[in-house]
Design a protein around this ligand. Sequence first.
Ligand SMILES: CC(C)(COP(=O)(O)OP(=O)(O)OC[C@H]1O[C@@H](n2cnc3c(N)ncnc32)[C@H](O)[C@@H]1OP(=O)(O)O)[C@@H](O)C(=O)NCCC(=O)NCCS
Length: 190
Amino acid sequence: MSTEEQPRRPKLRIRQATLDDLPEIMRLEVLCFPSPWPQELFERDLRPGPDRLYLAAEVDGELVGYTGMWFYGGEAHIGTLAVASRWRRKGIGEMLILTLLGEARKRGGRYAMLEYRVGNEAAARLYHKLCFSLVRIRKSYYTDTGEDAAEVGMNDLDTSARIQTLADLAHRWHQTHDYELEIDLPAPPG
Ligand SMILES: CC(C)(COP(=O)(O)OP(=O)(O)OC[C@H]1O[C@@H](n2cnc3c(N)ncnc32)[C@H](O)[C@@H]1OP(=O)(O)O)[C@@H](O)C(=O)NCCC(=O)NCCS
């Protein structure tokens, strides 16, 4: 029997982001976006509340990504998603959004939506892979460059067909990514 040790798998932990994460999130925000959101906006969004949820992704204790959503009725508006450049194409963005969608459903969400810059190929492919549908093109939506936004949505979040599709994607993710995954989130309010 071989006594060789298996290489250790990196630990990917997805947890609720809090105000304590603000410095690290701002550090990533300015690196990841041409027009970063102001710190005040994150200070508001990272405060715990029943109408919002932000997630942080850590690899071996290092914050490498984040995402967040707001709820309006049964709708989840995904406001942001970013992964540190050296951790991209390693499944972290996909697992952040899969986790967020699961949390939206647990909170009674039936519909999820977001916008991205039409020229953002990585975002376009990610949301296509996750089965979001194009709702409309919003002309000149981004005031910094005048770029159009693609608004994409996912309905029927609470149906068994959608739950199965997302479970299949998560299953495939586990088959293709070699992390020790820990999802550490509080029970939804109420
Ligand atoms: C968009 C972003 C969050 C993707 O995160 P990521 O962790 O690298 O994405 P993943 O590794 O989970 O990729 C999942 C899928 O998305 C697609 N994808 C992601 N990045 C891609 C790229 N650069 N080119 C092509 N497809 C890409 C692929 O379909 C990929 O699946 P595959 O690896 O099986 O082909 C990351 O590129 C980023 O932070 N970009 C800067 C900020 C930004 O644009 N945020 C999105 C705003 S809406």
